[in-house]
Design a protein around this ligand. Structure first.
Ligand code: ADP
Ligand code: MG
Length: 359
């Protein structure tokens, strides 16, 4: 298994800085995601790791060894492209065999790997077809099988599920995860789909305009966003500005437009901070729910606010309410019952659920 590192990796295209001094360390066997909006530099980073594109500055290391100048065919890093790149004149079987032949894998081992790879993407029955006799999704799965059959040190996947329908995409997510994990590949997986990243990744790096914004496990990125960009990029967020009035260890008293709040975090007295409060971490203290409020909820340490219901949307398993608190609108995700517009609502949330953002 291979550890993959990038150090201060930089790439410019004319005036565009596609990647700006990116430091990453992907552990052996890790399923690591690059996530970010279109054009943020994900494919550029992947192509440099594959050796298909030369960086302007910085370096790439495999197991501590500098491979920046190593030609692509000598790195065992295999790329699976967004647009398949299958040979049109070869059958599915021949396409998957191609990389194995190139690597001089023959006989029983070749057959075994071929069959395993086709089986894993459920394409065995199409082995004799040509790419133009397959749907887009099927072509993508063949491309995946071709990359996996080679058993790369580093498997590079560029939006591998973007052409599949929603149902297959969901199934393939988990399949790719279990394939990569059981094979022990170090995998770099590019996507702009945050649900895909959150549900499949060991860790995620978020890029924005070529810059690395944050690296962490899905839960860390969600629970501890380091900036307002991250808070809004992963999940939903109520962002509230405030000033630190009191500080007692890690507990902060913060003056905000919706009232004085207690939060947990790092900030200097007197400084302006931004707070992130997730909609599902706000609880309703509706009179009709009084009987259901647990002892914990009665804890005086909770933040408590009251406001007026502006809208209430039934979403099935939950409801989304907008509650106006002193001219500020807070989004609240809670289980039904529905609220009535203009109804007076009491809200509560834990101080530890109010994240203090660093920028
Ligand atoms: P992503 O994969 O995140 O959508 P890319 O890595 O493809 O983004 O592109 C990052 C930036 O670099 C974009 O602004 C893109 O237009 C630019 N770019 C990528 N490849 C080239 C190229 N070959 N020539 C010029 N600009 C490029
Ligand atoms: Mg791309």
């Amino acid at each position: 298994m291979t550890q993959v590192q990038t150090r201060q990796l930089t790439k410019r295209f004319g005036k565009t800085v596609a990647l700006d001094q990116v430091d990453l360390c992907i552990e052996p066997g890790e399923l690591f995601f690059l996530l970010g909006p279109s054009g943020c530099g994900k494919s550029t980073l992947l192509r440099m790791v594959a050796g298909l594109l030369e960086p302007d500055a910085g370096s790439i290391l495999f197991n501590g060894r500098d491979v920046t100048a190593m030609p692509t065919q000598r790195r065992n890093a295999v790329m699976c492209f967004q647009n398949y790149a299958l040979w049109p004149h070869l059958t599915v079987k021949q396409n998957v065999e191609f990389g194995l032949k190139e690597r001089k894998i023959s006989g029983g081992e070749r057959t075994k790997r071929l069959n395993e790879a086709l089986e894993s993407v459920r394409m065995s029955q199409y082995a004799q077809r040509k790419p133009n006799e397959l749907s887009g999704g099927q072509q993508q799965r063949v491309a995946l099988a071709r990359a996996m059959a080679v058993r790369p040190d580093c498997l590079l996947l560029d939006e591998p599920l973007s052409n599949l329908d929603a149902k297959l995409r969901n199934e393939m997510r988990l399949e790719i995860r279990s394939l990569c994990k059981s094979a022990g590949f170090t995998t770099l997986y590019v996507t702009h789909d945050q649900k895909e990243a959150l549900s499949v990744a060991d860790r995620i790096a978020v890029l924005r305009e070529g810059k690395l914004m944050q690296v962490g496990t899905p839960a860390q990125l969600y629970q501890q966003p380091n900036s307002s960009f991250m808070a809004e990029f992963i999940g939903q967020a109520n962002l509230i500005q405030g000033r630190v009035l009191e500080r007692d260890g890690e507990w902060l008293g913060i003056d905000t437009p919706i009232g004085q709040l207690v939060a947990r975090g790092e900030a200097q007295l007197g400084h302006t901070v931004r707070l992130c409060l997730r909609p599902e971490q706000i609880y309703l203290d509706d009179a009709s729910l009084a009987g259901k409020i647990s002892d914990a909820a009665a804890d005086p340490g909770w933040n408590r606010l009251s406001g007026e219901c502006i809208s209430s949307l039934f979403l099935g398993e939950s409801s989304e309410h907008v509650v106006r608190v002193r001219h500020r609108e807070l989004r609240v995700l809670a289980t039904p019952p529905q609220l009535n517009v203009a109804e007076n609502i009491s809200l509560r949330f834990r101080p530890c659920d109010v994240r203090v953002l660093s920028e």
